[in-house]
Design a protein around this ligand. Structure first.
Ligand code: FAD
Length: 454
């Protein structure tokens, strides 16, 4: 009689968004999965403050959830945002659609999504969730992990796994360990801006205070504010401002003067008292972009999500990209019949150029969102690209559409976007030259005719 192969043990470090979804993917493949999360079980706690409250969710994220049947919560609870709503200084609002009719982003509550994914993971018999287990040391070559339990140094847990998946976020402990290895490339960049969240409550009648199906943006060239709708009819507004500007706003008067000068329409909706209370209650947080390579150690360890590629949040792709990591990884498991050595090597090699492309695009949007969306040239280019996309849907696809509404690999998105820009630029120059020559010929003909007359 043939003996059953022992089930391989997978340890997922970090039960945030990427870790929870990866646990579902791995459990679906029949592995024994243990998720170790430093924090308490979010399902037993009220909202945890300090992280952004809601996320803009798009095709890559949705498709990655759908592949394992975990898309219910975003589909049911996500609020569609069909367009950006640009707020000018004078309070005028202008919608700029994201793509074609029917294309929208979803505003999703981060905590709710995380809780739902953990619950989905727990429905698989092979999954165990261990909260208040903080990774403090590891031997990556052996797949050995040491955890501190319940915040108590005396309570340790030692674990050996066949595969360790590091999904422990932008300040990853596993990545820190990878840094000690030879030939591990790493770079990080903090941008000069920080962010502060402010909650815009529903109106007295219990309605949304602004038009609901939009991602509201107040672009102000060197800084900006955005707002996404929540299920409870509030908006989570995020002010992105250089740290030194935040530092200047120490008093109630300074805050009110700033909002009166820059966001008077928002101040009117928020009310002075509420704004000041929210402003001083919520912290200012930094934003980091991280690139590194390779993502794996032999057939033992791999990092995914923010642990591998934290990005600035201006394209709303951090979670979408982290979820796509799970989908791509699963595809390689399928391709290599769960051979971890082959999968990890190919994952590192092929995924790197895509996620680094996305980190670069996010940096680009850091400028586009706060400055370019108000530029007439930018808006004209957007209209032209939308038109070209309409007449040649497979040849011309606007950059934003490729990132948010397609699953075209991110590095191909950048290559195609450069090619499209070049073609349009050349066509514009050729049109200008032909028009110019035409104008000269016409002028010469008229002059000749005029000379004959006189
Ligand atoms: P995390 O969500 O950070 O999860 C990591 C988990 O690991 C945490 O639960 C943490 O407690 C745990 N952990 C850490 N260290 C240890 C340890 N030593 N031991 C055990 N557990 C540990 N993305 C979008 O797609 N759309 C958006 O609109 C969007 N908006 C954003 C707005 C802001 C202001 C910011 C900052 C980010 C935004 N993002 C957005 C990005 C998104 O938040 C991240 O990309 C996403 O959270 C990454 O998920 P993750 O699971 O890799 O990391």
């Amino acid at each position: 009689m043939q003996e059953d192969k022992p089930t391989k043990k997978v340890a997922v470090v970090g039960g945030g968004l990427a870790g929870a979804l990866m646990a579902v993917y791995m459990a679906k493949r029949g592995f024994k999965v243990d998720v170790y999360e430093a924090r308490k079980d979010p399902r037993s706690e009220a909202t945890i403050r300090g992280r952004s409250v809601n996320l803009a969710f798009s095709v890559r994220g949705i498709e990655s959830l759908k592949a394992v049947g975990a898309d219910d919560s975003v589909r049911e609870l996500g609020i569609p945002m069909n367009a950006r709503m640009i707020h000018s200084h004078n309070g005028r609002t202008t919608p700029i659609p994201y793509g074609k009719k029917g294309q929208f982003l979803l505003s999703v509550e981060r905590q709710k999504l995380n809780k739902d994914l953990l619950s989905v993971a727990e429905t698989y018999p092979g999954v165990d969730l261990h909260f208040e287990h903080k990774l403090i040391a590891s031997d990556l070559e052996r797949g050995h992990l040491s955890f501190r339990r319940n915040g108590n140094d005396d309570q340790r847990l030692e674990v050996d796994a066949d595969l360790v998946i590091g999904s422990d976020g932008a300040y990853s402990t596993i990545r820190r360990e990878l840094l000690r290895r030879p030939r591990f490339d790493f770079s990080q960049e903090y941008i000069p801006h920080g962010y502060k969240e402010l909650c815009l409550a529903p109106t007295k009648d219990g309605e949304f205070a602004m038009a609901v199906n939009y991602l509201h943006i107040w672009p102000r060239q060197t800084f900006m504010m955005i707002a996404l709708p929540n299920q409870d009819k509030s908006f989570t507004c995020t002010l992105f401002l250089p740290f030194e500007e935040f530092d200047k706003m120490k008093t109630k008067e300074a805050v009110l003067d700033f909002f009166q000068a820059e966001f008077p329409d928002f101040l009117a909706l928020m009310g002075e008292e509420n704004l000041v209370e929210e402003y001083f209650r919520n912290p200012v947080a930094p934003m980091i972009s991280v690139k590194c390579h390779p993502y794996h150690v032999r057939d033992k360890v791999v990092i995914i999500g923010d642990a591998a590629h934290a990005m600035v949040p201006f394209y709303g792709q951090g979670t979408n990209c982290a979820f796509e990591d799970c989908l791509v990884f699963d595809g390689l498991l399928e391709k290599h019949s769960n051979d971890f050595g082959a999968v990890l090597a190919e994952y590192s090699r092929t995924r790197n150029k895509d996620v680094e492309a996305m980190c670069d695009l996010a940096m680009y949007n850091y400028i586009e969102m706060r400055a370019l969306v108000t530029s007439p040239v930018f808006l004209m280019k957007k209209k032209l690209f939308n038109f070209l996309h309409w007449i040649m849907p497979n040849t011309f696809i606007p950059l934003y559409t490729m990132v948010s509404f397609s699953q075209i690999p991110y590095h191909t998105v950048i290559e195609r976007s450069h090619w499209q820009d070049k073609v349009v630029w050349r066509a514009a120059v050729a049109t200008a030259v032909v028009t110019g020559i035409g104008a000269i010929i016409t002028a010469l003909r008229i002059t000749k005719k005029d000379l004959k007359l006189f």
